[in-house]
Design a protein around this ligand. Structure first.
Ligand code: HSE
Length: 304
């Protein structure tokens, strides 16, 4: 009988511009590692990272609590968490922990859940950090590749990304609010103009077509969001400059990664990716902000 399971789940970028709460892409930039061990009773969390260790306030803790309840599992679970995805920067940090936990729990107790159920349980952990459940990051982190989240009922569609797709990410070193995702969801307009909806829809549809036809240029050229990005970018110092610099350096499309503040540029592997990173760093430096840059490609998910 299995008594211990370790799973690694990747970072992810959500939205990809116009696909707010619908699109996600798993990224090989960072990984969280979760080990679940069966114990006599209760839920305990062990970690060296600065994250809540009360299961109610911890993404992984919430996933275990919800799954234990749903499957009437009396055994206890010890959760060991090793964070690799920086928390609060729009890289799907809480989702990576939640995804790895749901997949590990499934294996530990031999549940054999289908992909949609794994994503659903992983999503229940997002509530700990975002306040609401959204599945874009967890779906990408569980399944890997590019994902489209269809809701009510939840159904995740996964597409294999083109092999020549590359991303340059600039993670600014700024203080982020404690409940950052909740805060940045609060600035999104409640009502939108029809023209804006049409523009975003046409770009979102083109991104899907780009992934299906493995066309990096179509994906990159369609990373345009006239609804959420304009409402959020004031939260990222120098955003417009960083974006303009990246485009000038050869990026095909640039937007906020998830709820920010990281900025993500989409390119082909043939582009000068180091140059794009330098251009993004320069944009942040112009507003006296340091940043870490990462060049990455799509990742497999926690289920492999
Ligand atoms: N789609 C979510 C948002 C992702 O943009 O608020 C947050 O991780």
């Amino acid at each position: 009988m299995v008594s211990k399971v370790t799973i690694k789940a990747p970072s992810s970028t959500a939205n990809l511009g116009p696909g707010f709460d619908v699109f996600g892409l798993a990224l090989d930039a960072f990984y969280d590692t979760i080990t679940l061990t069966k114990t006599e009773k209760g839920i305990t969390i062990i970690t060296d990272d600065l994250i809540p260790t009360n299961p109610e306030n911890n993404t992984a803790g919430l996933v275990v609590k919800n799954m234990k309840k749903k499957f009437r599992i009396k055994k206890g679970v010890e959760i060991s968490i090793k964070k690799g995805v920086p928390a609060g920067f729009g890289m799907g940090s809480s989702a990576a922990s939640a995804a790895a936990t749901a997949v590990a729990f499934d294996k530990l107790f031999g549940l054999k859940l289908d992909n949609n159920s794994l994503v659903e349980y992983a999503g229940s952990g997002e509530k700990a950090s975002a306040g609401t459940i959204h599945y874009d990051n967890v779906a990408a982190s569980v399944l890997g590749g590019f994902v489209i989240v269809k809701t009510e009922p939840l159904e995740v569609i996964r597409i294999n990304p083109p092999t020549d797709l590359r991303m340059c990410i600039a993670v600014p070193k700024i203080d982020v609010p404690k409940k950052k995702t909740k805060v940045s969801r609060g600035v999104i307009p409640k009502k939108i103009r029809m023209e804006d909806s049409v523009l975003n829809l046409s770009n979102a549809a083109s991104i899907v077509a780009g992934f299906m036809s493995r066309d990096v240029e179509l994906i990159g050229n369609s990373i345009k969001d006239v609804i959420v990005e304009p409402a959020r970018h004031h939260m990222i110092p120098g955003f417009m400059k960083v974006k303009a610099n990246a485009i000038r350096a050869g990026a095909l499309g640039v937007t906020i990664s998830g709820a920010g503040p990281s900025v993500i540029a989409f390119s082909k592997n043939s582009a000068d990716l180091e140059k794009i990173c330098r251009a993004m760093s320069k944009g942040f430096a112009d507003v006296n902000t340091k940043c870490q840059t990462v060049i990455c490609k799509p990742s497999k998910g926690a289920i492999k």
